[in-house]
Design a protein around this ligand. Sequence first.
Ligand SMILES: NC(=O)c1ccc[n+]([C@@H]2O[C@H](COP(=O)([O-])OP(=O)(O)OC[C@H]3O[C@@H](n4cnc5c(N)ncnc54)[C@H](OP(=O)(O)O)[C@@H]3O)[C@@H](O)[C@H]2O)c1
Length: 247
Amino acid sequence: MSTQTQTAVVTGASRGFGRAIAAALVAQGTRVLGVARNKAELAAVRDELGAGFTPVVGDATDEALADRVLTEHRPDLLVLNAGVGPHLGAIHEQTWETFTVNWNNDTRQAFTWTRAALRQPLAPGSVVVEMSSGAALKGSPLSGGYASAKAAIRFISGYGAEEADRAGLGIRFVALLPQLTPLTGIGSLAVDGYAARAGVDRETFVRGLTPVLTPELVAKAVLEVATDPDSAAEYVVSGAGLKPLDH
Ligand SMILES: NC(=O)c1ccc[n+]([C@@H]2O[C@H](COP(=O)([O-])OP(=O)(O)OC[C@H]3O[C@@H](n4cnc5c(N)ncnc54)[C@H](OP(=O)(O)O)[C@@H]3O)[C@@H](O)[C@H]2O)c1
């Protein structure tokens, strides 16, 4: 049995995966609150998607913002997708500040909203989808603390699920681990970096990623797990679709 999402919050909704996820949700009749820091980019998404999309300009690591949005809008789907590009460089080319960029942004927003979702709490039947990365499985030697920050998001999702179960909240948590794609901001930067490291051109490197994961496929994956009450806890998302991770 599946249920239609009424109201969703998507962090990082102005570009890339988040924008595609917001578009797919609006297309199926879900009211979407899209969070990002750049006002003009969010306004462009609003122009494209219409009244079903409400821009929320702000930093997704901000606890007060998360509390306010959850209290005012009572979403039954949270998609914690916001992320920044890592500082590209080998470990000895990083500083502690560059190494921890994704911890302080991506992991912090996942922590902030997961905590708020449990403390409020969201209504029974709600779903929290947390965007990790395939890098959490294999590492990403050119991306500083990116892989470890995304691995922490897997743990945060698992801890969220455990506490929701213990308290009988009826909130489902699912972590998605997308493979690298050249089609969005963060992936595109990484593709250039890893292609140069391998000594091949971008096109050759991208051939090794086929079938290429598109933002639309990520959006489809989010819709699938959001409406499947029997979903697994974690999935790899590739150009071939969703693959549950064994536990
Ligand atoms: N692309 C890939 O190959 C790939 C693979 C695996 C996992 N992922 C993960 O998937 C997610 C989306 O990646 P993407 O490639 O679609 O990225 P993208 O195109 O660069 O978009 C990132 C989005 O996150 C927003 N954002 C970043 N930090 C934010 C913050 N503190 N508060 C609010 N919004 C914030 C950005 O808007 P503002 O800058 O305006 O805030 C933007 O809307 C990321 O978490 C990424 O790590 C990507």
